[in-house]
Ligand binder design. Structure first.
Ligand code: AMP
Ligand code: MG
Length: 407
């Protein structure tokens, strides 16, 4: 039996990033950039006004006050035709280019137009805090043509997709998403649409694990159920190894008479890297590699839904992150204040489903009383896992513990 951190270290050794691929930007949300992006424009492309108002010469307005002749109206998308001379102003809209001669913009709220028959008329201005350059953003203040604005391994969020559009990119190079096949094993499993007979339960792990894959940025591939039968298992495992970068099995990795998964995986050429981790829940978790090319990673998760989910979070997610080009770090345990006592006993560290709230002075955690590893309903009330190190110990309300969020 190995420790969680050792297990994660072993996974790191085998989870290599996938090759980069070309992707339309509208499908790139959440993906990891595999190239450096340089700007092909200055932004803004011209000195521009950031308010609706009047482009003026500050020297014309001692104390911020004066009356000026309006010589032009400049809207966003147009180009100024007139230079602002002494005693003049141009009406200017947000985003429009600043006319030559002007050195500040007075916002419309601080002005009063004077109606005049013919022409654009005159405007009375009063802006006591008038300052040189006010309400103007200079050309290329945000970025200069040729500047590198995004680097490889940045995750693309909505703002980065906007930035890519600003510099003319409709497609980007991103790391490929790992294809992850999910195979549920067990004689007791029936499809979701069936009514379970005596001794049977529905296969709830498949939709849960497929959703975990999708949430972790992988491409989920459902393989359905295999009975606890060597031949049937072998056929399903071979299909998974053929079609996906990662194969995730649930069930059949403990010490029962029908826990055939580790043996059949090894028959299928998957070399065991570890079996059993000192963790609660999830002790029987199995990990192996089918050496390539193409290499495949295989996880055997315990069948109980809570164990499956915790092991996915602790182990599979790490592999998917690394394969997707992310710089995955540690488990990211965040400090949280316990709101209820928790009694920890045994030689395995526990990752207990918990409800974590953001309070003004930090996170709080309430460990949930579930009915063990099959209690998916209890788990549904949790948004995090609370970490309790191995040993006999009562953790009191008010103590600080580590938590990791589930989503
Ligand atoms: P196993 O890991 O095969 O020993 O299974 C442990 C427990 O998890 C058993 O009670 C199984 O019935 C349950 N289980 C296994 N596979 C699934 C599944 N796909 N969906 C829901 N429960 C499962
Ligand atoms: Mg089983």
């Amino acid at each position: 039996m190995i420790e969680v951190e050792t297990a994660r270290e072993r996974i790191r050794q085998f989870a290599n990033e996938l090759p980069a691929e070309d992707c339309p930007c509208f499908e790139a949300l959440g993906r990891v950039l595999a190239e450096a992006i340089a700007s092909d424009v200055d932004s803004p492309p011209h000195d521009k006004s950031i308010v609706d108002g009047y482009a003026v010469r500050t020297a014309d307005l001692p104390g911020g006050e004066g009356e000026l002749e309006i010589v032009e109206e400049i809207v966003a998308g147009s180009v100024p035709q007139r230079r602002v001379e002494s005693g003049q102003a141009s009406r200017i809209m947000t985003g429009a280019p600043l006319p030559d001669g002007a050195d500040a913009v007075v916002m419309i709220e601080r002005t009063q137009p004077r109606a005049v028959v013919g022409g654009l008329g005159r405007v009375q201005l009063r802006d006591v805090r008038l300052a040189l350059g006010q309400n103007i953003v200079r050309r290329a203040a945000n970025m200069r043509r040729g500047d590198v604005i995004l680097s490889p391994r940045q995750t693309l969020r909505p703002v980065e997709l906007g930035l890519l559009a600003e510099v003319g990119r409709e497609r980007v190079r991103v790391f490929a998403r790992p294809r992850v096949a999910v195979l549920s094993t067990g004689d007791e499993l029936v499809p979701v649409a069936s009514v379970p007979g005596p001794g049977q339960i529905r296969n709830s792990n498949e939709p849960m694990l497929l959703a975990c894959v999708a949430q972790a940025g992988g491409v989920p591939v459902g393989l359905g159920t295999a009975r606890d039968d060597r031949e049937e298992l072998r056929r399903a495992i071979d299909r998974g190894l053929e079609s996906a970068d990662v194969l995730v099995l649930s069930g059949g990795v403990s010490a029962g008479v029908l826990d055939l998964v580790p043996g059949v995986l090894q028959d299928a050429g998957v070399e065991q890297v570890f079996h059993k981790v000192r963790v609660k829940p999830g002790k029987p978790v199995w990990f192996g590699v089918r050496h390539g090319p193409p290499a495949r990673l295989v996880f055997g998760l315990p069948g109980n839904p809570v164990s499956s989910l915790v092991c996915f979070r602790l182990f599979v997610e790490l592999a998917l992150a690394l394969m997707s080009g992310r710089r995955a770090t540690g488990l990211d345990l965040l400090p949280a204040r316990l709101l209820a006592p928790f009694v920890q006993h045994g030689e395995r560290p526990a990752y207990q489903p918990a409800l974590v709230c953001r309070e003004p002075n930090g996170l709080t955690a309430t460990p949930l009383r579930t009915h063990g590893s099959s209690d998916q309903r209890g788990l549904s009330g949790a948004n995090a896992l609370a970490y309790f190190p191995a040993g006999e110990r009562r953790f009191e309300a008010g103590e600080t513990i580590g938590i990791c969020f589930l989503d």
